[in-house]
Ligand binder design. Structure first.
Ligand SMILES: Cc1cc2nc3c(=O)[nH]c(=O)nc-3n(C[C@H](O)[C@H](O)[C@H](O)COP(=O)(O)OP(=O)(O)OC[C@H]3O[C@@H](n4cnc5c(N)ncnc54)[C@H](O)[C@@H]3O)c2cc1C
Length: 284
């Protein structure tokens, strides 16, 4: 199928974007890398009258560390995240995860802001932002607010973004020494959306796990923070008993939806397997 006809504009400032969003309301959509939006237009899932291309707006890109926070601008591409020395050094979870986002041609143009605003529950970044306790900077005319990732993802492709608002950046607190991360996912082919995945981040001291944040993707209508599994691990060496306790807690808290290829029971089994693997990887 082909996209419905639409008008296109590429403003040069955020002020112009806010004007256009105010003027066109629901009839306008922001266009970043286009890697999700253009597919949804071609499938006629969305029929906006106007696409507002934000890729010419200065100040919306870049990766920067300031104090104990790492900021990723909304227009930063997946490829820039993948090749960033700052990300490799400070956010190894994201460095591992981004290699699973689609294929390199898509990573060259798809953006961080587009991915989190799109809020696909099987996407890699939303789960990573939960595990890393990130916040998003949301801006509209005359105001800016910060929303924690755990409050941002509201439902299937649904976020806390209000009409007229843009994601301008993600902000990641930099944990001190002793934290480790592992990202694992199972997909039918490398680069496909995950069947199930896990972004795991925890403190390891004296062989014991604490402050574990276990965020699953492909596990519901939003990324899911497995708080009961994390609680089962708190202060424990991740030996066979602790892993089994965490897996049992996980079975009780995940309400796994079936997808086109896998039953709910299969997906839960895969989530348990990923948790076991992640705990081994975190501890070694
Ligand atoms: C074949 C294929 C495979 C893919 N596989 C994966 C995968 O495995 N994992 C994965 O995570 N993704 C995957 N993607 C999606 C890809 O990562 C996209 O880049 C991403 O989802 C959207 O980013 P974008 O910049 O292209 O956004 P766009 O497509 O331009 O926009 C997506 C949505 O976000 C809105 N939006 C964009 N930027 C902003 C902003 N700054 N503020 C507010 N709203 C905004 C748009 O209005 C639109 O609703 C795949 C895409 C394709 C085509």
């Amino acid at each position: 199928m082909k996209a419905p006809s639409f008008s296109y504009v590429k403003p040069g400032s955020l002020g112009e974007v806010f004007d256009l969003l105010e003027r066109h309301g629901d009839g306008a959509r922001v266009l970043a890398g286009g890697q999700s939006l253009l597919a949804s237009l071609n499938l006629r899932l969305s029929e906006p009258e106007l696409l507002i291309d934000i890729t010419g707006i200065p100040g919306l890109g870049g990766i920067a560390v300031s104090g104990r926070t790492l900021r990723i601008g909304a227009l930063t591409t997946h490829r820039q995240i993948e090749t960033s020395a700052e990300i490799a050094r400070h956010l190894p979870l994201l460095a591992q995860a981004v290699r699973n986002v689609a294929h390199i041609a898509i990573r060259n143009v798809g953006t961080f802001g587009g991915s989190v605003a799109h809020a696909d529950p099987a996407a890699e970044y939303p789960a990573c932002t939960l595990a890393l306790d990130a916040s998003f900077v949301l801006a509209k005319r005359g105001s800016e607010r910060r929303v924690k990732a755990r409050e941002f993802f509201r439902g299937l492709y649904e976020t806390a973004l209000q009409p007229g608002e843009l994601v301008t950046a993600g902000e990641f607190p930099l944990d001190g020494a002793g934290y480790r991360s592992v990202f694992l996912e199972l997909a039918r082919r490398h680069g496909d959306y995950a069947i199930v995945g896990l972004a795991a981040h925890a403190r390891i001291a004296g062989g014991k796990i604490s402050d574990a944040r276990l965020a699953f993707l492909g596990a519901g209508s939003t990324p899911v923070l497995a708080t009961r599994a994390a609680a089962a691990l708190e202060g424990r060496v991740p030996d066979a008993q602790a892993v089994a306790a965490a897996q049992d807690a996980l079975s009780k808290e995940l309400d796994m939806p079936a997808d086109l290829y896998s039953s709910s029971a299969t997906k839960l089994h895969l989530a348990r397997v990923l948790l076991g693997r992640a705990l081994v990887a975190l501890a070694t």
